[in-house]
Ligand binder design. Structure first.
Ligand SMILES: NC(=O)c1ccc[n+]([C@@H]2O[C@H](COP(=O)([O-])OP(=O)(O)OC[C@H]3O[C@@H](n4cnc5c(N)ncnc54)[C@H](O)[C@@H]3O)[C@@H](O)[C@H]2O)c1
Length: 455
């Protein structure tokens, strides 16, 4: 009994010591994986006063950060990285082991994609964890921010870290706290969104929550790790299903001659309706893959998630719908597909970002090329061609085009100078608005034809 009380007191002191280090900002923090989430996280932590070591296996990312620049386009990030590197609060290294060795807290935020069979691919996460395990010591706090399938923290992550000989929850703290920030507003959202934290035991939740209270002004909720793993997947699945509903309504509205955007905007005036917007497809490193983490888990238990699967299918079908609109437009001009030139505006999956992962532009461009169409694409941020021609010069891209198709809601496209573009296009050209960024009236006013998703 006396021994138990003694052990509990030691444990309490140990928790309090790390919380004190965190609150005084003297805890060293390793961020493993410096991509779209990791680098903003590292930069914000450094701006808050922590000493941060970022690790990434990509040498160009490490070199870029150590030069005080950002390898990704995220508003405000470059300035924050420059300042943090200049004042010695942030540095980048190639090895997670080295970063973990220098730190008290290790945040792991590497990619967790799906494979070709749409099953979770945790290879990057496992490899990063094996590196961390080598440097793990007593009283370390390890936080996973990568999105993961249900049960992963306890059944996959803890055993890898325990190869160190230390026990999760007893010798080191282990928690899961998924990132919820949206690209283009990542820096503000990291510092203001509510945060959910799930530890493998109460002490792990407490210590991890203490860290997030230093980062965000939003509420920090502590729950079991099993609940938190599901929460993150519910959030993105909700958004994916909501968009699928909007897309389905868009298809219906096109058929019956109703403008879906007008209809959704008015429906959203209802106090309990909050429909997202339809579009040319769903991309990025979250919505097209996170629902599969739930679908796969359900399958393992003999359950079929019909609504979630149907939503994925509907959203994946939208680039093909854009394609059929392009073909329709060409047919109505009496033009054969193989003689046509199509200008694609927008390679990134989302407005004002350079992220092209799982972007709807890929299937659209590749299918057009397979049909023999002369395709050229443009993007103000992303520099990717998906195998076709690409240029940053908008005028060059639209010159001689029969069809201009907008696939990304970049601000630049919302402000498109139609009167300047019109003379460059073929006579009777069609604008296909896959993101509903232009008004039909404005397009038709300059003498162009307009076809948008859902109208
Ligand atoms: N992008 C988003 O908007 C977003 C939002 C919320 C959550 N998430 C989740 O966050 C996680 C990271 O997403 P991301 O978009 O930042 O991915 P990313 O691909 O942009 O970044 C991951 C980085 O980790 C690096 N990496 C891979 N293996 C490594 C290793 N062993 N050691 C060190 N570095 C390694 C990669 O080189 C890459 O730079 C994913 O699980 C994702 O689902 C992403």
């Amino acid at each position: 009994m006396i021994l138990l009380i003694y052990m509990q007191r030691i444990e309490r002191e140990w928790i309090m010591d790390l919380i004190r280090l965190i609150e005084e900002k003297s805890a060293g923090i390793a961020v493993v994986g410096m991509g779209y989430v990791g680098l903003p996280t590292a930069a914000v932590l450094a701006a808050k006063g922590f000493r941060v070591v970022g690790a990434d296996i990509n040498p160009s990312v490490v070199a870029c950060v150590n030069r005080g620049t950002s390898p990704i386009n995220e508003p405000g990030l470059e300035e924050l990285v420059r300042e943090a590197v200049a004042n010695g609060k942030l540095k980048a290294v190639l090895s997670a082991r080295e970063a973990a060795r220098e730190s008290d807290v290790v945040i792991v935020v590497v990619q967790t994609p799906i494979d070709e069979e749409k099953r979770p691919d945790l290879s990057a996460l496992k490899s990063a964890l094996r590196d961390v395990a080598v440097a793990l010591r007593k009283e370390h706090l390890v936080i996973i921010e990568s999105t993961i399938p249900p049960g992963t923290t306890r059944n996959v992550i803890a055993p890898i870290l325990e190869e160190s000989g230390l026990k999760a929850g007893e010798d080191f703290f282990l928690a899961y706290s998924p990132e919820r920030a949206i690209p283009t507003r990542t820096l503000a959202e990291i510092q203001s969104n509510a945060r959910i934290v799930g530890g493998v035991n109460r002490a792990s939740s407490q210590v991890a929550a203490a860290l997030y209270r230093q980062i965000t002004s939003g509420d920090v909720y502590e729950e079991s790790v099993e609940v938190v793993e599901v929460v993150k997947l519910i959030e993105n699945t909700f958004r994916d299903v909501n968009i699928a509903l909007a897309n389905e309504l868009a298809l219906l509205c096109e058929t019956i001659g109703v403008d879906v955007i007008k209809a959704i905007n008015l429906a959203n005036k209802h106090p309990r309706v909050n429909l997202h917007m339809p579009g040319a497809g769903v991309g990025g490193h979250c919505l097209p893959k996170d629902p599969y983490f739930l679908i796969n888990e359900a399958e393992r238990h003999g359950l079929k998630l019909k609504v979630i699967e149907a939503a994925r299918e509907r959203n994946d079908s939208m680039p093909l719908h854009v394609l059929s609109k392009i073909e329709e437009a060409l047919k109505s001009k009496g033009k054969s597909v193989s003689q046509a030139k199509v200008a694609v505006l927008g390679i990134a999956y989302k407005g004002n970002t350079d992220d092209v992962r799982l972007s709807p532009a890929e299937p659209v461009i590749k299918s057009l090329m397979n049909r023999g169409v002369d395709v050229i694409s443009h993007d103000p941020y992303a520099k990717h061609d998906f195998g076709g021609r690409f240029s940053n010069d908008l005028k060059e891209v639209v010159a001689g085009a029969d069809v201009v198709v907008i696939l990304t809601d970049h601000d630049e496209y919302k402000k498109l100078r139609l009167e300047e573009i019109k003379p460059l296009l073929k006579r009777d050209a069609v604008v296909i608005d896959g993101r509903r960024v232009l008004s039909r009236e404005n397009v038709e006013k300059v003498g162009l034809r307009y076809a948008g998703i859902g109208c």
